[in-house]
Design a protein around this ligand. Sequence first.
Ligand SMILES: NC(=O)c1ccc[n+]([C@@H]2O[C@H](COP(=O)([O-])OP(=O)(O)OC[C@H]3O[C@@H](n4cnc5c(N)ncnc54)[C@H](OP(=O)(O)O)[C@@H]3O)[C@@H](O)[C@H]2O)c1
Ligand SMILES: [Zn+2]
Ligand SMILES: [Zn+2]
Length: 350
Amino acid sequence: MNVLGYAAPSVNAPLVPYRFERREPRADDVAIEILYCGVCHSDLHHVRNDWGRNSIYPMVPGHEIIGRVSRVGARVTRFKPGDLVGVGCLVDSCHHCSACERGLEQYCENHATLTYDDVDPHDRMPTYGGYSEKIVVSDKFVLKIPDGLDLKGAAPLLCAGITTYSPLVHWHVGQGSNVAVVGLGGLGHMGLKLAKAMGAEVTLFTRSPGKEQDARRLGADHIVISTDETQMAAVKSKFELIVDTVPYVHDLNLYLPTLALDATLVLVGFLGGLNPLLNTVPLLTGRRSVAGSLIGGLAETQEMLDFCGEHGITSDVEVINIQDINEAYVRMEKSDVKYRFVIDMASLKA
Ligand SMILES: NC(=O)c1ccc[n+]([C@@H]2O[C@H](COP(=O)([O-])OP(=O)(O)OC[C@H]3O[C@@H](n4cnc5c(N)ncnc54)[C@H](OP(=O)(O)O)[C@@H]3O)[C@@H](O)[C@H]2O)c1
Ligand SMILES: [Zn+2]
Ligand SMILES: [Zn+2]
C-alpha cells in the first residue's frame, strides 16, 4: 500500500514529505490508521545517527503510535476494524530465544526489529515509523488502549511510559519507596507520574531551576538542582532507585553518593562511554549498582497501559502539525517542551 509520511532523506537533514510502500497485511497483521504519534528524543538520535548504528535513509521516525485498526489478516483474533490500538518501539523479534520466551522481546538475543530504522526479517524491507498515515504490524506487537484515556496523551506511553515503568517495576518500587528521576523531559515527566502512582516518595534532579512548579504538579515531592552542591549533599544516601533519563554524556559520579546502601542508578537515557569515568568507590563502599534498562516487553507494555488506564495517567503533551516537526526537534534539543510533542496525523492531509 502507498503511504504518505515525513522522512529524513539523509543523516541530520530536515524532515520532508515522503511517499513510500508498506506491505499488504499478512495473515497475522493488523493495518492501522495512525491518529497521533509522539516525538521521542530517540527520533532525533536516529535521524542524526548518534549511536553509530548505520541509520537507514530515507527514515520515517516515530515509535509512540496511537491509531485505529482498519483491517486485519485472516489469523488475527485479538483485534477488529475500529479498535483503538498502540504500537511502540518494536514490531518483531525472534519469538524463541530465552529473552523472547520470558516476554522480554526488547532484549531478544537475535535482534528485535525496531519500528523504524530497521529491516523487516520476513521481506527484508526497511521499517518505517509513525510519522505517517498508516502502519502494518504483526498482531503480537499491537497493544490495546484502555477506554477513557485521552488519545493524544496516551501516545507517549508507548515509549516514554514503558521505558520508565519497566525499571520502577523491576526494582520493586512501591508504597514508601524513595525514588529519584534525573531530567524533566518526556521520559522524566512520565517517571515522576508513574513513581508517584506506585506510592513512592519522588525526587526530581534537574539542571533547570524553572521547572520546580511543574515538577510538583507532575508528582515530585522534592526537587534538587543537580548543579547545586549544597542541595546534592543534603540528599546523601537517600534513594533506593534513581532513574536517569539524560540523553547525553554526563557525570554519574555526582549521583552515586545519593544512593542508599544496596541501591541502583538505572540509565535509560544515555548510550555510550561515560566521561568522566565512573568512580567505583561509592559502588564498593555502599554495595551500590549502576544498571541500564531498555523500553519493555509486550506483556509489560500492556500492563503499563492498563495501569495508566486505572490511574488516569497520560503524558502532558503539546500537539503539533507534522509540518512543524523540524522546529519541534530544535525545541526538544533545548529542553523546550512541556513535556512531549505529539503529532496530530490529521495534519498530514492538510
Ligand atoms: N532506554 C530506552 O529504552 C529509551 C527509550 C526512550 C528514550 N530513550 C532515551 O532517553 C533519553 C531521554 O529521552 P526524552 O525523550 O525524555 O528526552 P527529552 O524530552 O529531551 O528530555 C531529556 C531531559 O534530560 C535533561 N537534559 C538534557 N540534556 C542534558 C544534558 N546535556 N545534561 C544534563 N541533563 C540534560 C533535561 O532535563 P532538565 O532540564 O530537567 O535537566 C531534558 O529535559 C534520550 O537519549 C532517548 O534516546 C531511551
Ligand atoms: Zn522513544
Ligand atoms: Zn528473541
